[in-house]
Design a binder for this molecule. Structure first.
Ligand code: DGT
Ligand code: CA
Ligand code: CA
Ligand code: ZN
Length: 565
Protein backbone atom coordinates (compact mmCIF):
# COMPACT_ATOMS: atom_id res chain seq x y z
CA UNK A 1 0.00 0.00 0.00
CA UNK A 2 1.47 3.35 -1.01
CA UNK A 3 1.60 6.33 1.26
CA UNK A 4 -1.24 8.29 -0.33
CA UNK A 5 -3.49 5.30 0.35
CA UNK A 6 -2.20 4.97 3.89
CA UNK A 7 -2.91 8.65 4.55
CA UNK A 8 -6.39 8.20 3.13
CA UNK A 9 -7.15 5.33 5.48
CA UNK A 10 -5.87 7.29 8.47
CA UNK A 11 -8.04 10.26 7.51
CA UNK A 12 -11.02 7.99 7.14
CA UNK A 13 -10.40 6.52 10.58
CA UNK A 14 -10.31 10.07 11.96
CA UNK A 15 -13.61 10.79 10.27
CA UNK A 16 -15.26 7.63 11.55
CA UNK A 17 -14.05 8.41 15.07
CA UNK A 18 -15.55 11.85 14.70
CA UNK A 19 -18.88 10.41 13.56
CA UNK A 20 -18.79 8.17 16.60
CA UNK A 21 -18.18 11.17 18.83
CA UNK A 22 -14.81 9.96 20.10
CA UNK A 23 -12.39 12.22 21.93
CA UNK A 24 -10.85 15.01 19.85
CA UNK A 25 -7.47 13.90 21.07
CA UNK A 26 -7.71 10.49 19.37
CA UNK A 27 -9.15 12.02 16.25
CA UNK A 28 -6.33 14.49 15.99
CA UNK A 29 -3.78 11.74 16.43
CA UNK A 30 -5.01 10.07 13.24
CA UNK A 31 -5.26 13.34 11.33
CA UNK A 32 -1.75 14.34 12.36
CA UNK A 33 -0.51 10.90 11.43
CA UNK A 34 -2.08 11.20 7.98
CA UNK A 35 -0.43 14.55 7.44
CA UNK A 36 2.94 13.24 8.63
CA UNK A 37 2.70 10.37 6.13
CA UNK A 38 1.79 12.72 3.30
CA UNK A 39 4.77 14.95 4.08
CA UNK A 40 7.18 12.09 4.53
CA UNK A 41 10.51 12.62 2.82
CA UNK A 42 11.82 9.10 3.24
CA UNK A 43 10.43 5.98 1.66
CA UNK A 44 7.56 4.65 3.79
CA UNK A 45 8.38 1.00 3.14
CA UNK A 46 11.99 1.47 4.23
CA UNK A 47 10.87 3.20 7.41
CA UNK A 48 8.63 0.27 8.24
CA UNK A 49 11.33 -2.30 7.47
CA UNK A 50 13.85 -0.52 9.63
CA UNK A 51 11.32 -0.09 12.40
CA UNK A 52 11.81 3.68 12.46
CA UNK A 53 8.19 4.88 12.04
CA UNK A 54 7.87 5.75 15.72
CA UNK A 55 10.65 8.29 15.38
CA UNK A 56 8.63 10.43 13.02
CA UNK A 57 7.05 13.50 14.58
CA UNK A 58 3.28 13.04 14.80
CA UNK A 59 3.32 9.25 14.78
CA UNK A 60 2.88 7.56 18.12
CA UNK A 61 3.25 3.91 19.00
CA UNK A 62 -0.28 2.74 18.21
CA UNK A 63 -0.28 4.61 14.97
CA UNK A 64 3.08 3.18 13.97
CA UNK A 65 1.73 -0.33 14.50
CA UNK A 66 -1.35 0.46 12.44
CA UNK A 67 0.69 1.87 9.59
CA UNK A 68 2.94 -1.15 9.63
CA UNK A 69 -0.11 -3.39 9.37
CA UNK A 70 -1.40 -1.32 6.46
CA UNK A 71 1.89 -1.28 4.59
CA UNK A 72 2.55 -4.98 5.01
CA UNK A 73 -0.94 -6.50 4.75
CA UNK A 74 -2.80 -3.88 2.72
CA UNK A 75 -5.53 -3.40 5.31
CA UNK A 76 -6.07 -2.52 8.94
CA UNK A 77 -8.34 -4.58 11.17
CA UNK A 78 -9.21 -1.55 13.31
CA UNK A 79 -10.29 0.37 10.22
CA UNK A 80 -12.49 -2.46 8.99
CA UNK A 81 -14.02 -2.83 12.42
CA UNK A 82 -14.86 0.87 12.55
CA UNK A 83 -16.35 0.79 9.08
CA UNK A 84 -18.50 -2.13 10.13
CA UNK A 85 -20.20 0.07 12.69
CA UNK A 86 -21.69 2.30 9.98
CA UNK A 87 -24.10 1.53 7.17
CA UNK A 88 -22.24 0.55 4.01
CA UNK A 89 -24.16 3.14 2.00
CA UNK A 90 -22.71 5.98 4.07
CA UNK A 91 -19.45 5.62 2.18
CA UNK A 92 -21.22 6.30 -1.12
CA UNK A 93 -21.60 9.88 0.04
CA UNK A 94 -17.90 10.42 -0.49
CA UNK A 95 -18.35 9.63 -4.16
CA UNK A 96 -20.38 12.81 -4.63
CA UNK A 97 -18.10 15.52 -6.00
CA UNK A 98 -17.72 18.31 -3.48
CA UNK A 99 -18.59 16.23 -0.45
CA UNK A 100 -15.57 16.00 1.82
CA UNK A 101 -15.35 14.47 5.29
CA UNK A 102 -16.50 17.65 6.98
CA UNK A 103 -19.68 17.98 4.98
CA UNK A 104 -20.44 14.28 5.23
CA UNK A 105 -20.08 14.62 8.96
CA UNK A 106 -22.51 17.54 9.05
CA UNK A 107 -25.04 15.65 6.90
CA UNK A 108 -24.74 12.61 9.11
CA UNK A 109 -24.96 14.43 12.40
CA UNK A 110 -27.55 17.09 11.63
CA UNK A 111 -29.81 15.23 9.23
CA UNK A 112 -28.98 11.60 9.93
CA UNK A 113 -28.18 11.01 6.26
CA UNK A 114 -26.53 7.67 5.62
CA UNK A 115 -27.04 7.01 1.91
CA UNK A 116 -27.11 8.70 -1.48
CA UNK A 117 -30.87 8.26 -1.75
CA UNK A 118 -31.49 9.94 1.59
CA UNK A 119 -29.19 12.75 0.53
CA UNK A 120 -31.04 13.22 -2.75
CA UNK A 121 -34.35 13.25 -0.94
CA UNK A 122 -33.06 15.79 1.56
CA UNK A 123 -31.83 18.06 -1.26
CA UNK A 124 -35.20 17.88 -2.99
CA UNK A 125 -36.92 18.79 0.25
CA UNK A 126 -34.61 21.73 0.71
CA UNK A 127 -33.16 20.39 3.92
CA UNK A 128 -29.52 21.31 3.32
CA UNK A 129 -30.06 25.04 3.44
CA UNK A 130 -30.26 25.19 7.21
CA UNK A 131 -26.88 23.51 7.61
CA UNK A 132 -23.74 25.52 8.39
CA UNK A 133 -21.47 25.72 5.36
CA UNK A 134 -24.20 24.75 2.87
CA UNK A 135 -26.22 26.94 0.57
CA UNK A 136 -28.58 26.80 -2.38
CA UNK A 137 -25.61 26.40 -4.70
CA UNK A 138 -24.03 23.55 -2.76
CA UNK A 139 -27.38 21.81 -2.70
CA UNK A 140 -27.65 22.19 -6.48
CA UNK A 141 -24.13 20.85 -7.00
CA UNK A 142 -24.78 17.87 -4.80
CA UNK A 143 -27.94 17.03 -6.73
CA UNK A 144 -26.04 17.24 -9.99
CA UNK A 145 -23.34 14.98 -8.56
CA UNK A 146 -25.92 12.41 -7.50
CA UNK A 147 -27.53 12.44 -10.94
CA UNK A 148 -24.15 11.75 -12.40
CA UNK A 149 -23.57 8.81 -10.09
CA UNK A 150 -26.99 7.39 -10.88
CA UNK A 151 -25.96 7.05 -14.51
CA UNK A 152 -24.05 4.01 -13.47
CA UNK A 153 -26.88 2.19 -11.81
CA UNK A 154 -29.47 0.33 -13.81
CA UNK A 155 -32.78 0.64 -12.02
CA UNK A 156 -34.82 3.79 -12.14
CA UNK A 157 -37.79 5.37 -10.50
CA UNK A 158 -40.97 5.35 -12.54
CA UNK A 159 -40.94 9.15 -12.32
CA UNK A 160 -37.52 9.29 -13.99
CA UNK A 161 -38.43 6.92 -16.82
CA UNK A 162 -41.98 7.99 -17.50
CA UNK A 163 -41.46 11.55 -18.83
CA UNK A 164 -38.74 10.51 -21.25
CA UNK A 165 -40.69 7.49 -22.49
CA UNK A 166 -43.69 9.77 -23.06
CA UNK A 167 -41.56 12.17 -25.03
CA UNK A 168 -40.13 9.40 -27.21
CA UNK A 169 -43.61 8.00 -27.87
CA UNK A 170 -44.96 11.44 -28.73
CA UNK A 171 -42.13 12.22 -31.14
CA UNK A 172 -42.20 8.75 -32.67
CA UNK A 173 -45.90 9.09 -33.46
CA UNK A 174 -44.99 12.00 -35.70
CA UNK A 175 -42.54 10.02 -37.81
CA UNK A 176 -43.66 9.13 -41.33
CA UNK A 177 -45.23 5.71 -41.72
CA UNK A 178 -45.75 5.16 -38.01
CA UNK A 179 -49.13 3.64 -37.14
CA UNK A 180 -49.07 2.85 -33.44
CA UNK A 181 -46.64 3.38 -30.55
CA UNK A 182 -46.78 2.47 -26.87
CA UNK A 183 -44.37 2.29 -24.00
CA UNK A 184 -44.73 -1.34 -22.88
CA UNK A 185 -42.99 -3.39 -20.18
CA UNK A 186 -42.88 -2.46 -16.51
CA UNK A 187 -43.43 1.19 -17.37
CA UNK A 188 -46.86 0.49 -18.88
CA UNK A 189 -47.66 -1.61 -15.82
CA UNK A 190 -46.73 1.43 -13.69
CA UNK A 191 -44.18 -0.42 -11.60
CA UNK A 192 -42.60 1.89 -9.04
CA UNK A 193 -39.14 0.93 -10.29
CA UNK A 194 -38.26 0.00 -13.86
CA UNK A 195 -35.25 -1.67 -15.44
CA UNK A 196 -35.53 -0.16 -18.89
CA UNK A 197 -37.86 1.53 -21.36
CA UNK A 198 -39.59 -0.82 -23.82
CA UNK A 199 -41.16 0.85 -26.82
CA UNK A 200 -43.36 -1.02 -29.25
CA UNK A 201 -44.34 0.39 -32.62
CA UNK A 202 -45.93 -0.61 -35.89
CA UNK A 203 -44.82 1.19 -38.99
CA UNK A 204 -44.92 1.02 -42.77
CA UNK A 205 -41.19 1.73 -42.84
CA UNK A 206 -39.56 -0.01 -39.90
CA UNK A 207 -36.02 0.52 -41.14
CA UNK A 208 -36.23 4.28 -41.30
CA UNK A 209 -37.93 4.28 -37.87
CA UNK A 210 -34.92 2.40 -36.49
CA UNK A 211 -32.65 5.05 -38.00
CA UNK A 212 -34.68 7.76 -36.33
CA UNK A 213 -34.76 5.95 -32.98
CA UNK A 214 -31.03 5.33 -32.82
CA UNK A 215 -30.23 8.93 -33.71
CA UNK A 216 -32.60 10.64 -31.26
CA UNK A 217 -31.13 13.47 -29.19
CA UNK A 218 -31.64 11.42 -26.05
CA UNK A 219 -29.29 8.66 -27.25
CA UNK A 220 -25.85 8.25 -25.80
CA UNK A 221 -24.76 4.99 -27.43
CA UNK A 222 -26.34 2.40 -29.71
CA UNK A 223 -26.10 -1.05 -28.19
CA UNK A 224 -27.91 -2.94 -30.94
CA UNK A 225 -29.53 -2.18 -34.25
CA UNK A 226 -31.61 -4.41 -36.50
CA UNK A 227 -34.70 -4.30 -38.71
CA UNK A 228 -37.18 -5.25 -35.97
CA UNK A 229 -35.31 -4.50 -32.76
CA UNK A 230 -32.86 -1.84 -31.63
CA UNK A 231 -31.43 -0.97 -28.26
CA UNK A 232 -29.84 2.24 -27.08
CA UNK A 233 -28.39 3.68 -23.94
CA UNK A 234 -29.88 7.09 -23.26
CA UNK A 235 -27.95 10.07 -21.97
CA UNK A 236 -29.70 9.78 -18.62
CA UNK A 237 -28.24 6.29 -18.20
CA UNK A 238 -31.37 4.29 -19.05
CA UNK A 239 -31.55 1.60 -21.68
CA UNK A 240 -34.36 1.78 -24.20
CA UNK A 241 -35.50 -0.98 -26.56
CA UNK A 242 -37.58 -0.44 -29.65
CA UNK A 243 -39.44 -3.26 -31.35
CA UNK A 244 -41.27 -2.74 -34.59
CA UNK A 245 -43.95 -5.19 -35.74
CA UNK A 246 -46.60 -5.26 -38.45
CA UNK A 247 -49.98 -3.65 -37.71
CA UNK A 248 -51.57 -7.14 -37.61
CA UNK A 249 -49.09 -8.34 -35.00
CA UNK A 250 -49.35 -5.21 -32.91
CA UNK A 251 -52.03 -6.24 -30.37
CA UNK A 252 -50.33 -9.56 -29.58
CA UNK A 253 -46.92 -7.92 -29.36
CA UNK A 254 -48.28 -5.15 -27.13
CA UNK A 255 -49.75 -7.72 -24.81
CA UNK A 256 -46.58 -9.78 -24.80
CA UNK A 257 -44.14 -6.92 -24.25
CA UNK A 258 -46.30 -5.35 -21.56
CA UNK A 259 -45.85 -8.48 -19.48
CA UNK A 260 -45.38 -9.26 -16.74
CA UNK A 261 -43.65 -12.54 -17.44
CA UNK A 262 -45.84 -14.11 -14.76
CA UNK A 263 -48.99 -12.77 -16.40
CA UNK A 264 -47.83 -13.92 -19.84
CA UNK A 265 -47.03 -17.39 -18.58
CA UNK A 266 -50.46 -17.72 -17.00
CA UNK A 267 -52.17 -16.50 -20.20
CA UNK A 268 -50.24 -18.98 -22.31
CA UNK A 269 -51.16 -21.74 -19.93
CA UNK A 270 -54.85 -21.00 -20.41
CA UNK A 271 -54.38 -20.74 -24.16
CA UNK A 272 -52.64 -24.10 -24.27
CA UNK A 273 -55.40 -25.77 -22.28
CA UNK A 274 -57.77 -24.71 -25.07
CA UNK A 275 -55.54 -25.87 -27.89
CA UNK A 276 -54.35 -22.36 -28.71
CA UNK A 277 -50.76 -21.30 -29.18
CA UNK A 278 -50.07 -17.79 -27.93
CA UNK A 279 -46.92 -15.79 -28.62
CA UNK A 280 -45.83 -12.24 -29.38
CA UNK A 281 -46.96 -12.55 -33.00
CA UNK A 282 -50.43 -13.98 -32.66
CA UNK A 283 -52.95 -16.55 -31.48
CA UNK A 284 -52.88 -19.81 -33.43
CA UNK A 285 -55.56 -22.48 -33.25
CA UNK A 286 -54.93 -26.23 -33.37
CA UNK A 287 -52.49 -28.37 -35.33
CA UNK A 288 -53.01 -26.36 -38.48
CA UNK A 289 -52.19 -23.13 -36.56
CA UNK A 290 -55.07 -21.12 -37.95
CA UNK A 291 -54.52 -17.49 -36.92
CA UNK A 292 -57.20 -15.89 -34.76
CA UNK A 293 -57.58 -12.26 -35.58
CA UNK A 294 -57.80 -9.63 -32.85
CA UNK A 295 -57.72 -5.93 -33.59
CA UNK A 296 -56.65 -4.84 -30.13
CA UNK A 297 -55.83 -6.13 -26.65
CA UNK A 298 -59.50 -6.00 -25.62
CA UNK A 299 -60.30 -8.55 -28.29
CA UNK A 300 -57.51 -10.86 -27.15
CA UNK A 301 -58.93 -10.92 -23.62
CA UNK A 302 -62.45 -11.24 -24.98
CA UNK A 303 -61.41 -14.23 -27.06
CA UNK A 304 -60.54 -16.00 -23.82
CA UNK A 305 -63.79 -14.90 -22.21
CA UNK A 306 -62.10 -12.33 -19.98
CA UNK A 307 -62.80 -8.72 -19.19
CA UNK A 308 -60.09 -6.31 -20.25
CA UNK A 309 -57.23 -6.45 -17.76
CA UNK A 310 -55.65 -3.02 -17.25
CA UNK A 311 -51.83 -3.17 -17.54
CA UNK A 312 -51.38 -2.18 -13.89
CA UNK A 313 -53.00 -5.45 -12.81
CA UNK A 314 -50.94 -7.72 -15.01
CA UNK A 315 -48.62 -8.96 -12.28
CA UNK A 316 -49.82 -12.53 -12.06
CA UNK A 317 -51.74 -11.90 -8.86
CA UNK A 318 -55.06 -13.50 -9.71
CA UNK A 319 -56.09 -10.96 -12.34
CA UNK A 320 -56.78 -13.62 -14.95
CA UNK A 321 -59.15 -15.56 -12.72
CA UNK A 322 -60.94 -12.35 -11.74
CA UNK A 323 -61.22 -11.24 -15.37
CA UNK A 324 -62.68 -14.63 -16.27
CA UNK A 325 -65.30 -14.35 -13.51
CA UNK A 326 -66.08 -10.72 -14.32
CA UNK A 327 -64.73 -9.74 -10.91
CA UNK A 328 -62.10 -7.14 -11.75
CA UNK A 329 -62.54 -4.00 -9.66
CA UNK A 330 -63.40 -0.73 -11.36
CA UNK A 331 -60.03 0.88 -10.77
CA UNK A 332 -59.75 4.36 -9.38
CA UNK A 333 -58.88 7.14 -11.83
CA UNK A 334 -57.37 10.60 -11.52
CA UNK A 335 -60.85 12.11 -11.98
CA UNK A 336 -62.01 10.39 -8.80
CA UNK A 337 -59.62 12.47 -6.71
CA UNK A 338 -61.58 15.49 -5.54
CA UNK A 339 -59.13 16.94 -3.10
CA UNK A 340 -55.68 16.52 -1.64
CA UNK A 341 -54.19 16.14 1.80
CA UNK A 342 -50.58 16.28 3.03
CA UNK A 343 -49.25 19.55 1.69
CA UNK A 344 -46.25 21.39 3.13
CA UNK A 345 -45.74 25.14 2.93
CA UNK A 346 -43.09 27.70 3.83
CA UNK A 347 -44.41 27.48 7.39
CA UNK A 348 -42.19 24.39 7.66
CA UNK A 349 -40.00 22.97 4.88
CA UNK A 350 -42.08 23.71 1.79
CA UNK A 351 -40.83 25.97 -0.96
CA UNK A 352 -44.12 27.63 -1.79
CA UNK A 353 -46.35 29.73 0.42
CA UNK A 354 -49.68 28.50 1.70
CA UNK A 355 -51.43 30.77 -0.77
CA UNK A 356 -49.37 29.51 -3.71
CA UNK A 357 -50.20 25.91 -2.85
CA UNK A 358 -53.88 26.72 -2.57
CA UNK A 359 -53.83 28.52 -5.92
CA UNK A 360 -52.15 25.59 -7.61
CA UNK A 361 -54.66 23.14 -6.12
CA UNK A 362 -57.46 25.35 -7.38
CA UNK A 363 -55.88 25.50 -10.82
CA UNK A 364 -55.70 21.69 -10.85
CA UNK A 365 -59.41 21.60 -10.16
CA UNK A 366 -59.45 20.24 -6.61
CA UNK A 367 -62.34 21.01 -4.28
CA UNK A 368 -60.24 20.97 -1.14
CA UNK A 369 -56.63 21.05 0.03
CA UNK A 370 -55.40 19.88 3.41
CA UNK A 371 -52.33 21.70 4.70
CA UNK A 372 -50.07 19.60 6.93
CA UNK A 373 -46.73 21.08 7.83
CA UNK A 374 -44.24 19.35 10.08
CA UNK A 375 -44.69 19.30 13.83
CA UNK A 376 -42.46 20.93 16.42
CA UNK A 377 -39.91 18.18 17.10
CA UNK A 378 -38.99 18.07 13.39
CA UNK A 379 -36.38 20.79 13.90
CA UNK A 380 -34.61 19.77 10.65
CA UNK A 381 -37.79 20.66 8.78
CA UNK A 382 -38.56 23.80 10.72
CA UNK A 383 -41.53 22.22 12.47
CA UNK A 384 -44.38 24.37 13.76
CA UNK A 385 -44.53 25.73 17.30
CA UNK A 386 -47.97 26.27 18.87
CA UNK A 387 -47.63 29.97 17.94
CA UNK A 388 -46.91 29.07 14.30
CA UNK A 389 -50.01 26.89 14.28
CA UNK A 390 -52.12 29.73 15.56
CA UNK A 391 -50.74 32.03 12.86
CA UNK A 392 -51.34 29.41 10.18
CA UNK A 393 -54.90 28.78 11.30
CA UNK A 394 -55.63 32.49 11.12
CA UNK A 395 -54.27 32.65 7.60
CA UNK A 396 -56.34 29.61 6.60
CA UNK A 397 -59.47 31.20 8.04
CA UNK A 398 -58.79 34.34 6.02
CA UNK A 399 -58.13 32.40 2.83
CA UNK A 400 -61.28 30.34 3.29
CA UNK A 401 -63.21 33.59 3.51
CA UNK A 402 -61.45 34.98 0.49
CA UNK A 403 -61.99 31.90 -1.69
CA UNK A 404 -65.55 31.68 -0.49
CA UNK A 405 -66.11 27.99 -1.21
CA UNK A 406 -64.29 27.80 -4.55
CA UNK A 407 -61.81 25.63 -2.71
CA UNK A 408 -61.90 24.55 0.89
CA UNK A 409 -58.66 24.74 2.90
CA UNK A 410 -58.36 22.22 5.71
CA UNK A 411 -56.18 22.61 8.79
CA UNK A 412 -53.90 19.68 9.32
CA UNK A 413 -50.51 18.70 10.64
CA UNK A 414 -47.98 16.01 9.92
CA UNK A 415 -47.14 15.08 13.47
CA UNK A 416 -43.97 13.20 14.21
CA UNK A 417 -44.53 9.93 15.99
CA UNK A 418 -42.19 9.97 18.97
CA UNK A 419 -40.15 6.85 19.73
CA UNK A 420 -42.71 5.92 22.41
CA UNK A 421 -45.59 6.26 19.95
CA UNK A 422 -46.96 9.51 21.29
CA UNK A 423 -47.72 12.44 19.02
CA UNK A 424 -45.93 15.75 19.03
CA UNK A 425 -48.48 18.10 20.67
CA UNK A 426 -50.77 18.03 23.68
CA UNK A 427 -54.40 17.02 23.10
CA UNK A 428 -55.83 20.54 23.01
CA UNK A 429 -53.59 21.49 20.10
CA UNK A 430 -54.22 18.23 18.25
CA UNK A 431 -57.93 18.87 18.66
CA UNK A 432 -57.60 22.15 16.76
CA UNK A 433 -56.88 20.38 13.45
CA UNK A 434 -59.31 19.04 10.86
CA UNK A 435 -56.97 16.10 10.35
CA UNK A 436 -53.71 14.73 11.72
CA UNK A 437 -51.21 12.71 9.71
CA UNK A 438 -48.97 10.76 12.07
CA UNK A 439 -45.59 9.86 10.59
CA UNK A 440 -42.25 8.45 11.70
CA UNK A 441 -39.35 10.67 10.68
CA UNK A 442 -36.64 9.60 13.11
CA UNK A 443 -35.70 6.75 15.39
CA UNK A 444 -35.78 4.18 12.58
CA UNK A 445 -33.51 1.66 14.20
CA UNK A 446 -35.97 -0.30 16.28
CA UNK A 447 -36.81 -3.94 16.17
CA UNK A 448 -39.97 -5.07 14.44
CA UNK A 449 -42.06 -5.53 17.57
CA UNK A 450 -41.13 -2.17 19.08
CA UNK A 451 -41.77 -0.31 15.81
CA UNK A 452 -45.11 -2.04 15.31
CA UNK A 453 -46.15 -1.17 18.85
CA UNK A 454 -45.02 2.42 18.25
CA UNK A 455 -47.26 2.76 15.19
CA UNK A 456 -50.23 1.09 16.86
CA UNK A 457 -49.87 3.45 19.81
CA UNK A 458 -49.80 6.45 17.45
CA UNK A 459 -53.02 5.20 15.89
CA UNK A 460 -54.54 4.81 19.36
CA UNK A 461 -54.46 8.57 19.66
CA UNK A 462 -58.03 9.61 18.86
CA UNK A 463 -56.73 12.59 16.85
CA UNK A 464 -54.77 10.46 14.37
CA UNK A 465 -56.57 10.53 11.04
CA UNK A 466 -53.98 9.03 8.73
CA UNK A 467 -50.84 6.99 9.26
CA UNK A 468 -48.27 8.71 6.97
CA UNK A 469 -45.80 6.84 4.73
CA UNK A 470 -46.19 3.70 6.82
CA UNK A 471 -42.81 2.04 6.14
CA UNK A 472 -40.56 5.08 5.74
CA UNK A 473 -38.85 3.56 2.73
CA UNK A 474 -37.08 5.58 0.07
CA UNK A 475 -37.14 3.70 -3.21
CA UNK A 476 -33.75 2.48 -4.45
CA UNK A 477 -32.03 3.81 -1.38
CA UNK A 478 -33.52 3.04 1.98
CA UNK A 479 -35.42 0.02 3.19
CA UNK A 480 -38.44 0.74 5.29
CA UNK A 481 -38.09 0.19 9.01
CA UNK A 482 -38.90 -3.34 10.15
CA UNK A 483 -42.62 -3.67 10.65
CA UNK A 484 -45.42 -6.18 11.04
CA UNK A 485 -47.56 -4.70 8.28
CA UNK A 486 -50.37 -7.18 8.79
CA UNK A 487 -50.67 -6.06 12.42
CA UNK A 488 -50.54 -2.39 11.43
CA UNK A 489 -53.31 -2.82 8.85
CA UNK A 490 -55.47 -4.78 11.26
CA UNK A 491 -54.81 -2.11 13.88
CA UNK A 492 -55.81 0.63 11.45
CA UNK A 493 -59.01 -1.26 10.61
CA UNK A 494 -59.93 -1.65 14.25
CA UNK A 495 -59.27 2.02 15.02
CA UNK A 496 -60.76 3.49 11.85
CA UNK A 497 -57.46 5.14 10.89
CA UNK A 498 -56.67 5.62 7.20
CA UNK A 499 -53.33 4.56 5.73
CA UNK A 500 -51.46 6.86 3.42
CA UNK A 501 -50.38 6.01 -0.08
CA UNK A 502 -47.67 8.62 -0.12
CA UNK A 503 -47.49 9.63 -3.78
CA UNK A 504 -44.04 11.14 -3.67
CA UNK A 505 -42.27 9.13 -6.40
CA UNK A 506 -39.39 8.36 -4.03
CA UNK A 507 -41.75 6.81 -1.51
CA UNK A 508 -44.92 5.29 -2.99
CA UNK A 509 -45.58 3.98 0.48
CA UNK A 510 -47.92 2.05 1.27
CA UNK A 511 -46.60 -0.40 -1.31
CA UNK A 512 -49.20 -1.58 -3.84
CA UNK A 513 -48.56 -5.17 -2.79
CA UNK A 514 -50.31 -4.39 0.52
CA UNK A 515 -53.23 -2.41 -0.87
CA UNK A 516 -55.47 -5.40 -1.51
CA UNK A 517 -55.05 -6.61 2.03
CA UNK A 518 -55.94 -3.13 3.30
CA UNK A 519 -59.02 -3.17 1.10
CA UNK A 520 -60.00 -6.58 2.40
CA UNK A 521 -59.83 -5.19 5.93
CA UNK A 522 -61.88 -2.16 4.84
CA UNK A 523 -59.01 0.21 5.67
CA UNK A 524 -59.33 3.42 3.66
CA UNK A 525 -56.26 4.58 1.76
CA UNK A 526 -55.36 8.27 1.52
CA UNK A 527 -53.55 9.15 -1.71
CA UNK A 528 -51.43 12.11 -0.63
CA UNK A 529 -48.92 14.13 -2.65
CA UNK A 530 -46.70 15.06 0.34
CA UNK A 531 -46.00 18.15 -1.74
CA UNK A 532 -43.23 20.55 -0.85
CA UNK A 533 -43.76 22.85 -3.83
CA UNK A 534 -46.54 23.50 -6.32
CA UNK A 535 -45.09 20.99 -8.78
CA UNK A 536 -45.33 18.36 -6.06
CA UNK A 537 -49.12 18.56 -6.10
CA UNK A 538 -49.16 16.71 -9.41
CA UNK A 539 -47.46 13.71 -7.79
CA UNK A 540 -50.96 12.56 -6.93
CA UNK A 541 -51.01 10.72 -10.26
CA UNK A 542 -48.15 8.49 -9.10
CA UNK A 543 -50.23 7.61 -6.09
CA UNK A 544 -53.22 6.82 -8.27
CA UNK A 545 -51.03 4.46 -10.30
CA UNK A 546 -50.09 2.65 -7.11
CA UNK A 547 -53.70 2.48 -5.96
CA UNK A 548 -54.64 1.00 -9.33
CA UNK A 549 -51.86 -1.54 -9.05
CA UNK A 550 -53.31 -2.35 -5.65
CA UNK A 551 -56.76 -3.10 -7.15
CA UNK A 552 -58.35 -0.10 -5.43
CA UNK A 553 -61.57 1.57 -6.48
CA UNK A 554 -62.78 5.10 -5.80
CA UNK A 555 -64.70 3.75 -2.78
CA UNK A 556 -61.50 2.57 -1.11
CA UNK A 557 -60.05 6.06 -0.95
CA UNK A 558 -60.13 8.33 2.09
CA UNK A 559 -61.84 11.62 1.21
CA UNK A 560 -63.35 14.69 2.83
CA UNK A 561 -65.80 14.84 4.63
CA UNK A 562 -63.88 12.35 6.73
CA UNK A 563 -65.68 9.36 8.20
CA UNK A 564 -66.16 9.45 11.96
CA UNK A 565 -63.71 7.39 13.98
P1 DGT B 1 -38.08 -4.45 -16.13
O1 DGT B 1 -37.60 -4.01 -17.45
O2 DGT B 1 -37.11 -5.28 -15.38
O3 DGT B 1 -38.56 -3.32 -15.29
O4 DGT B 1 -39.37 -5.40 -16.32
P2 DGT B 1 -40.18 -5.72 -17.65
O5 DGT B 1 -41.40 -6.43 -17.22
O6 DGT B 1 -40.33 -4.50 -18.48
O7 DGT B 1 -39.26 -6.80 -18.38
P3 DGT B 1 -38.45 -6.78 -19.74
O8 DGT B 1 -38.04 -5.41 -20.15
O9 DGT B 1 -37.36 -7.77 -19.54
O10 DGT B 1 -39.45 -7.41 -20.79
C1 DGT B 1 -40.62 -6.72 -21.20
C2 DGT B 1 -41.77 -7.69 -21.27
O11 DGT B 1 -41.53 -8.68 -22.28
C3 DGT B 1 -41.98 -8.52 -20.03
O12 DGT B 1 -42.74 -7.83 -19.06
C4 DGT B 1 -42.70 -9.71 -20.55
C5 DGT B 1 -42.09 -9.91 -21.91
N1 DGT B 1 -41.05 -10.93 -21.81
C6 DGT B 1 -39.73 -10.72 -21.87
N2 DGT B 1 -39.06 -11.88 -21.72
C7 DGT B 1 -39.99 -12.83 -21.53
C8 DGT B 1 -39.96 -14.25 -21.32
O13 DGT B 1 -38.89 -14.85 -21.24
N3 DGT B 1 -41.14 -14.93 -21.17
C9 DGT B 1 -42.33 -14.27 -21.25
N4 DGT B 1 -43.46 -14.99 -21.10
N5 DGT B 1 -42.41 -12.96 -21.45
C10 DGT B 1 -41.26 -12.24 -21.60
CA1 CA C 1 -38.63 -3.32 -19.28
CA1 CA D 1 -36.57 -4.58 -22.11
ZN1 ZN E 1 -43.44 12.88 6.06
Amino acid sequence: MDRAKVAEVLNEIALLLRLKGESPFRIRAYENGARAIELLEEDLYTLVQENRLGQIKGIGKTLAQGIEELVTTGSLAYHEELKGEFPEALFDLFRVPGLGPKRVQTLYEKLGITSLGELEYACRENRLLILPGFGEKTQQNILRGIDHLKHYQSRFLYSEAHPIAEAIVREMLEQPGVIEVHAAGSLRRCKEIVGDIDILASSLWPVSLMDWFTSMDYVDTITGKGDTKSSVKLKNGMNADLRVVSPEQYPYALHHFTGSKEHNTAMRHIARSRGIKMNEYGLLRGEEETPISCRNEEEIFKFFGMDYIPPELREGGGEIQAAMEGNLPKLIEMEDIKGILHVHTTYSDGRASLREMVDEALRLGYHYIGISDHSQSAYYANGLTPEDIKRQHEEIDELNQLYNGRIRILKGIESDIQPDGSLDYPDEILASFDFVIASVHSGFSMDKETMTRRLLKAMDNPHTTILGHPTGRLLLSREGYPLDMEAVLEGAAKRGVAIEINANPYRLDLDWRWCRRARELAVLLAICPDAHDSEGLSHVSYGVNIARKGWLTADDIFTYPFPER
